[in-house]
Design a protein around this ligand. Structure first.
Ligand SMILES: Cc1cc2nc3c(=O)[nH]c(=O)nc-3n(C[C@H](O)[C@H](O)[C@H](O)COP(=O)(O)OP(=O)(O)OC[C@H]3O[C@@H](n4cnc5c(N)ncnc54)[C@H](O)[C@@H]3O)c2cc1C
Length: 590
């Protein structure tokens, strides 16, 4: 793959412009996918929301297998899988549309996601024909439930440090011993994707292990902060006899399988943050319209409108990034297939290519989701702290999103690691751009245009120049060691996150215009709101970076870049957020 010039390449948003023709926006959803979403909505309404209190108790775990089977009957489990195995072969972006819908099912969504994203997906993408024939159709019907067993008590973020061991017996089969922690769906699973080291290997291998092989014990349900209706337990393996055909992928390649599986999971998590965010906003606005204080509904107060305006802009921005990325992965996968790669390899390679962007949507989605749900609780006031309000469970439940699928610290490290790798290999030509932009630092900056979209194109170009100068300065100073200078590298990751988010939002606005779907009264205030937010975040990041260098050399180079490029078109941001808030307040019916 590396020798061929690809049209779609990960990380290039930093240095290139994106062709609007290949940019996808969620508004262009197909009728077929909309029908799938409606089926998802109706499943949630009939099976989850009408008994939500029960579904958020431990007792609900017992009925989860039947509910997953129902999802199988409705086709929800095989969205990404070919018809050969009983799936319906949707594109990745269409699967993401469904993830947005189904994310609103609290604990049940977690259980469903384990079955599809980290159960079916690795078997489909990495399994031998034997494993695919043996398991896929039964997993897709919900007859066989799966769990993903990577984490161990002493090996979390450093998953490759796991001690679970596979010994090869005289017949070439495996005997597995070890312990796994925090395994979702463990209490209901019939089979496990287990990561263990074969003999004295340095790296993990992956296995598909059925509970019926014997020697597997499931620990009690963990006492969690939230999502009580979703099983999470330890799993113990004692002399488990595993036939050699159960090896998933190649020996020693388990960590790659795990990380790539998590890449898909990260993007779906970003998508689910859209659904949860919309749900929280809906609850909060609904409540704010009904709750009266000082003689009027609290939705009339500026402080409440400011929160709602920000929350809505966050969801809009998140949605712009998730669907951009989903479509880019589809396009690259198709391109690689056209070059002769089989489907699985093309999908794996396209996910890998976009690992910077996958980490970005996971970090951004989970952090704005936390903010949104927190503000929803705040809008509910005392009732937000009550277990009887719908936002209390959301508040506790979403906290896990910043921890699993790679903690947000680890995802920020993924961003920087890939960035350094691509920069050093010349795949991202940071250094020539760095030299070029540095040489233009003394030139007079063009004033912002009077036209809104052009203004923000200039704003984004300025942020690109700033990001290239700042990351280039840090890269020059630390080279391959940049990743280890975590206080600095985390900020570089934040610059890339903010750039990807604002560029995706602007591209969405431009695409809406190109498709004659632009409503300036709402879309421009959304663009201005999110741009202002990004501006303040980048200001903060740059200030932190300046403060993190002793040497005047880097600190003054960054300060110079900031003075030149960190500028935003001036609008009354308070009014723009109010416009967004009022639009949402009018839209939500009590
Ligand atoms: C509800 C729930 C469900 C889960 N489901 C599953 C599942 O189905 N399957 C599975 O295998 N696992 C699962 N996990 C485990 C989850 O993936 C891990 O908790 C996660 O990867 C973090 O590992 P850890 O808890 O050991 O934290 P640690 O790795 O100990 O991290 C602790 C802190 O240190 C930070 N840190 C760690 N390393 C670095 C570093 N190099 N640089 C900077 N900071 C660092 C982390 O970001 C974090 O803030 C689940 C966890 C929970 C809570």
């Amino acid at each position: 793959m590396k020798d061929v010039m690809l049209k779609k390449q990960g990380g290039t948003f930093l240095i290139n412009d994106t062709d609007l023709a290949t940019f996808y926006i969620s508004e262009l959803i197909s009728e077929e996918t909309k029908m799938m979403q409606e089926a998802g909505e109706s499943f949630l309404a009939n099976e989850i929301e009408n008994r939500l209190e029960f579904m958020e108790t431990k007792e609900a775990i017992a009925i989860t297998p039947d509910l997953i089977k129902k999802c199988g009957e409705l086709g929800f489990l095989g969205l990404e899988v070919s018809e050969k195995y009983g799936g319906i072969d949707l594109s990745f972006k269409d699967v993401l549309h469904f993830s947005v819908t189904i994310s609103k099912g609290y604990s049940f969504t977690g259980a469903l996601g384990v079955q599809t994203s980290i159960g079916i997906a690795p078997v489909y993408l990495y399994g031998s024909d034997y494993l695919k024939e043996k398991y896929l159709s039964k997993m897709i019907s919900g007859e066989l439930l799966s769990a993903f067993a990577l984490t161990e008590p002493n090996a979390g973020s450093d998953a490759n440090a796991g001690k679970t061991k596979a010994i090869i017996d005289n017949n070439g089969n495996y005997i597995i011993n070890g312990q796994k922690a925090w395994i979702s769906n463990a209490g209901i699973a019939d089979m496990f994707i287990v990561f263990a080291k074969i003999e004295n290997d340095k790296n993990l291998s992956a296995f598909v292990i059925e509970k019926d092989f014997g020697g597997i014990t499931i620990g009690p349900e963990e006492k969690k902060m939230g999502l009580f209706g979703w099983s999470t337990c330890q799993v113990f393996f004692e002399n488990v006899k595993v036939p050699k055909e159960q090896l998933l992928g190649e020996r020693n390649k388990g960590l790659k399988i795990a990380l790539n599986t998590l890449n898909t999971g990260r993007i779906k998590l970003g998508a689910s943050c859209i659904g949860v965010g919309k749900k929280a906003i809906n609850h909060a606005v609904n409540y704010a319209k009904q709750r009266e204080q000082f003689g009027k509904a609290i939705s009339n107060f500026g402080a409440i409108q400011d929160k709602i305006g920000r929350m809505e802009a966050y969801v809009f921005a998140n949605e712009s990034t998730v669907f951009r990325l989903g479509n880019d992965i589809d396009l690259l996968r198709k391109e690689l297939q056209n070059q002769g790669e089989p489907f699985s390899k093309a999908k794996i390679n396209s996910l890998k290519e976009f690992s910077i962007e996958s980490a970005i949507v996971k970090v951004y989605g989970s952090e704005i989701q936390d903010h949104i749900v927190d503000q929803a609780v705040q809008i509910y006031g005392g009732m937000g702290f009550s277990a009887e309000s719908p936002v209390e469970g959301l508040y506790r439940g979403v906290r896990i999103s910043r921890i699993y699928e790679g903690t947000n610290e680890i995802n920020r490290l993924v961003i920087i690691k890939e960035f350094v790798k691509k920069g050093m290999k010349g795949e991202l030509d940071i250094f020539s751009l760095f030299t070029q932009i540095s040489s233009e630092l003394t030139k007079v900056t063009e004033p912002y245009s009077e036209e809104t979209i052009t203004q923000y194109e200039q704003f984004v170009q300025n942020l690109k120049s700033l990001s290239i100068l700042v990351s280039g300065t840090c890269l020059q100073r630390f080279m391959t060691q940049l990743e280890d200078e975590q206080e600095i590298s985390m900020h570089i990751s934040d610059l890339l996150i903010n750039l990807y988010v604002i560029e995706s939002t602007l591209l969405r606005i431009k695409k809406l215009k190109a498709e004659s779907l632009l409503n300036e009264d709402i879309h421009f205030p959304l663009l201005k709101s999110i741009s202002f937010d990004i501006y303040t975040k980048v200001s903060n990041t740059i200030t932190e970076l300046i403060g993190a260098f002793d040497s005047k050399k880097e600190a003054s180079a960054i300060l110079l870049a900031k003075d030149k490029f960190l500028k935003i078109p001036h609008y009354n941001i308070k009014e723009e957020r109010r416009k967004v808030a009022k639009h949402i307040i009018d839209k939500v019916t009590i």
